[in-house]
Design a protein around this ligand. Sequence first.
Ligand SMILES: [Zn+2]
Length: 212
Amino acid sequence: LPADATEPAAALLECARKIRGRGWCDGTSGNFSVTLTRAPLRLLITPTGVDKAELEAQDLLVLDERVLATGAGQAPSAEAPLHVALALRAGAGAVLHTHSVWNTLLGEHFRQRGGFVLSGYEMLKGLDGVRSHREEVFVPVVENTQDMPALAAEVERLLGERPALRGFLIAGHGLYTWGRGLVEAHRHVEIFEFLFQLAGRRIPLRPFSGTA
Ligand SMILES: [Zn+2]
């Protein structure tokens, strides 16, 4: 890794282990990045297919805007274009993508409505810029797809509509959130996952019919 990635790498590994410990990126799911430089844009990002509990600094990759891997034999996540889009369009200093039970459930539940509002919870104030539990925080839900450039374009459209956006869900898939730096992005994961559990527990269970 380049010299300017040493400290960000240590912070990123610690953050990834904490998130893994909460059960928010089981298996080898999820991916995390930190912006190293903006001109030119360079991101430090987790590789695909590695358990976040086993991750070491040498596994991390440095990407530029064209999503070129410069790491040692590892491939970046297929979702790397989303990290680039968020660094460029949302000014993100760190982007965290989790696959929790609750964010997967809510994304699927609110897929057809295109999103849902979180309001009335004190914990909302943990999101950057939210001053009161009464504020309404809209969480958009976008369709899941394996076409990452299309998803990145959709995310750019969302950010154009909602410049103050702090996170969104991909239906049946997971959460993307970010912050000016890794500390803020990590706090946003914790706040969103907390609020998703509250929102998810309010969805009535469907009567048992033999299939989930
Ligand atoms: Zn994912």
